[in-house]
Design a protein around this ligand. Structure first.
Ligand code: COA
Length: 378
């Protein structure tokens, strides 16, 4: 028998590539994006500036930012055929499936869909950044029998998303909360969806294909889908005084507690303190502290029982809930942000490409004899 190569289930600890986009700094428990500390970005800039940083490599100057915002605003529209597609979808379809299909279908109407040059890929990324919030919210309204809300060009990405959802202008504190969550969600290294995007790009497939694959990968509950599952769990818990017993019983039944744990961070997700700060600001405005209190008890119990900490999906989940965002839109909103990170990974992969094609250990049988079909049993 051949000697077996090194194997790490789930590729844990395997270095699968090089990247200048972001780094999880475990020693200082922080995330660095193109040299900038994510916490500082979250406190000081707009999501648009972070998207620009991801696409172009550094923060924009005033003129660059104005041009970037103009480009985003001019792309806030959907082809009629895409609206028809959304209209025809069964109302029961999960918004992530609708978004995945919508992004894939947008390639039909993008004249540069097959152009893999850096310039075309940046333009397509900007178009997706502008159109994804429209796909999410139009799909949401149409599924409930309402017409989509038209975008307001003067609004930021964060404000526009909330406006498209509600049809009324959001309060400043809500825009700040959405802006912060979009920044915290924008990029996170070689995570499963970024890797899926890079694998697709490495075959020289197009940007829409790579983003579509990344959306499908993010949807799962072990990745981006965890924010929806975490809120469903909090709703099942129902009240702070029930949280400890619920977690203990869940752990006894060997349940995964959604919004907890992380492949990289073992002492806590560096994005969580910023997201919790946002959640506390929402509580100050709304006066409703039930979910933050229940979440705290879940956290304390998980730390005591398992030494496992929340990831950013946990505080994001109850923050979005307190902002009255429908739960099935939490992961699509994550997409509306992470598309900038994925685009940066796809651009980077294209710049120094080598087909991603790993090995595996074969565990099946050998040397079977082929029998005629009639001799193979039923
Ligand atoms: N609840 C309960 N136990 C958990 C847990 C959770 N959320 N996350 C990890 N664990 C436990 C596992 O059961 C396992 O215990 P064991 O060694 O006794 O079997 C141990 O911690 C290691 O977990 P494992 O699933 O092997 O780690 P991983 O690196 O493969 O997985 C996640 C990381 C994120 C997939 C995992 O923590 C998880 O499923 N979390 C819940 C989903 C989630 O929030 N995803 C969003 C991630 S940002």
């Amino acid at each position: 028998m051949d000697s077996q190569p090194d194997y790490s289930p789930g590729l844990e600890g395997i270095v699968a590539g090089e990247s200048a986009i972001s780094r999880i700094d475990l020693e200082r428990n922080r995330l660095v994006i193109r040299g900038y500390d994510l916490v500082e970005l979250t406190d000081q800039v707009s999501y648009e500036e972070v998207a620009y940083l991801l696409l172009y490599g550094d923060l924009p100057g005033r003129g660059d930012l104005d041009r970037f915002n103009d480009a985003l605003r001019s792309e806030r529209n959907l082809p009629d055929q895409i609206l028809d597609l959304l209209r025809q979808a069964p109302a029961s379809v999960h918004p992530m499936a609708l978004l995945r299909t919508g992004v894939s279908a947008l390639s039909f109407y993008d004249a540069e869909a097959q152009d893999n040059s850096r310039e075309a890929n940046v333009r397509k990324s900007i178009r997706l950044l502008a159109k994804i919030p429209l796909l999410i919210t139009a799909g949401h309204h149409l599924a409930s029998g309402r017409e989509p809300v038209a975008p307001r060009p003067e609004l930021s990405q964060a404000a526009n998303l909330l406006y498209l959802l509600r049809g009324v202008a959001p309060a400043d504190y809500e825009v700040e909360a959405m802006n912060a969550s979009l920044i915290l969600y924008a990029e996170h290294g070689y995570n499963a969806s970024a890797f899926a995007g890079r694998v697709t790009a490495s075959t020289q497939s197009d940007l829409h294909a790579a983003i579509t694959g990344a959306i499908g990968t993010l949807a799962g509950s072990l990745h981006g889908g965890a924010n929806e599952k975490a809120m469903e769990m909090l709703l099942e818990i129902g009240a702070p005084e029930k949280a400890e017993a619920w977690v203990l019983e869940g752990l006894r039944q060997k349940k995964k507690i959604m919004g907890f744990g992380h492949r990289e961070y073992k002492r806590g997700d560096s994005r969580v303190p910023s997201m919790k700060k946002v959640a506390r600001r929402i509580v100050t405005q709304s006066g409703e502290s039930r979910w933050v209190e229940a979440a705290e008890i879940v956290e304390v119990t998980m730390d005591r029982e398992k030494g496992i900490f929340p990831n950013v999906d946990f505080p994001c989940a109850y923050t979005y809930y307190m902002m009255q965002i429908p739960i099935p839109l939490y992961t699509p909103i994550f997409v509306s942000s992470r598309v900038a990170g994925w685009a940066a990974h796809i651009l980077e992969q294209n710049e120094n490409n080598r087909l991603i094609r790993p090995n595996h250990i074969y565990t099946g049988p050998e040397q079977l004899q082929v029998k005629p079909v009639g001799e193979r049993g039923s």
